[in-house]
Design a protein around this ligand. Structure first.
Ligand code: ADP
Ligand code: MG
Length: 311
């Protein structure tokens, strides 16, 4: 677990982070969201001691990070930034293996790890001998993620890693990352100002404003009950309902009975997918199935429209 307790940080007497307390459970995909300048990067950089807090404590698995050697701490925490930050004069392979080589892993262990990362992140092996400037933005960022994972850290900090990418590369990398997180059990702390990205990835979420943590919790619980107008607006104002549709599974609104159609949808699909399918096929109800194709019930357009809160 990562725990920040009453952490504050000012730059030249201007507060950047104020009285910030947060617990991030091990294995979480925690997304820290908030507008530009609200202090997200400063929080992230305090977790790996690149910035030292003015006040407060930060603990990782119960140990105060000030008691650890900063280099050692950082080697155990992957870090990915927006512009991949690759070393320009090193090849792609050299970049990916930067930390393992620093840790003096044997050449055979490095080679095995490189193979594993190439497979994990679906990197084209032809890229390995190129230099960063010979890669697209999406490819560079993929290498940046591979480099952060290279020494198999328990924690990965990611600071708007996909913000500069085109939508197709961004969506692809979000999916890779979600899969890697689900399979690895790593703790990911991911900073973004993009709500759609936050909701797509988060198992836990915090919303910041003006250096403060305004609300923390599961993404659905924050969407359903924003604590104030700032959070409501930040979550999308009028789009909030559409975002909820994306987050709530069909299962929550399903009811017994037979739909007036043979068109089916999986119980785990989102209400948004159901609505889309209804509009595309011009039907106001769908059959709901489980993963193995067994009929579970039906979902109707009227129930989606009338839903109060499907949490
Ligand atoms: P975010 O990542 O949410 O955009 P930051 O954590 O980068 O926000 O910045 C929070 C505030 O602290 C901003 O007002 C920023 O200008 C200021 N700040 C960040 N880093 C420094 C620094 N090294 N020196 C002075 N001010 C800084
Ligand atoms: Mg930032």
């Amino acid at each position: 677990m990562i725990e920040l307790r009453n952490v504050s940080k000012s730059f030249a007497a201007t507060p950047a982070v104020a009285d910030f307390s947060l617990k991030i459970e091990s294995g979480a995909f925690f997304v820290l969201a908030g507008p530009s300048g609200c202090g997200k990067s400063t929080v992230l950089r305090m977790i790996n001691a690149m910035i030292l807090p003015g006040q407060g404590q930060i603990e990782i698995d119960g140990q105060d990070i000030r008691a650890m050697e900063p280099e050692k701490l950082r080697r155990g925490i992957g870090y990915v930034i927006q512009s991949a930050g690759l070393f320009p004069h090193w090849t792609v392979a050299g970049n990916i293996l930067a930390v393992p080589r620093l840790l003096e892993w044997s050449p055979s262990k490095c080679a095995a790890r490189l193979d594993a990362l190439v497979a994990l992140l679906r990197i084209d092996p032809a890229l390995l001998n190129r230099y960063p400037r010979q890669l697209s933005g999406g490819q560079q960022q993929r290498i940046g993620v591979a480099r952060a994972l290279a020494a198999d850290p328990d924690i990965v900090l990611m600071d708007e890693p996909f913000a500069a990418l085109d939508p197709v590369s961004r969506a692809a990398l979000q999916e890779e990352l979600r899969g890697i997180h689900a399979r690895s059990g790593k703790t990911i702390v991911f900073v973004t100002h993009d709500m759609d990205e936050a909701l797509r990835l988060a198992t836990g979420m915090g919303v910041m404003n003006n250096g403060r943590l305004v609300q923390a919790g599961g993404p659905a619980s924050i969407l359903l009950a924003p604590v104030d107008d700032f959070v409501r607006d930040f979550l999308g104002g009028e789009n909030l309902q559409l975002r909820l549709l994306d987050l709530v599974p069909v299962r929550k609104l399903m009811k017994p009975g037979k739909a007036g159609t043979a068109i089916t949808i999986a119980a785990g699909a989102s209400l948004k997918s159901a609505l889309n399918l209804m509009l595309a096929r011009r039907h106001s109800s769908l059959c709901v199935e489980d993963g193995s194709g067994a009929r579970l019930g039906q979902i109707t357009l009227a129930d989606i429209v009338a839903r109060r809160d499907a949490s």
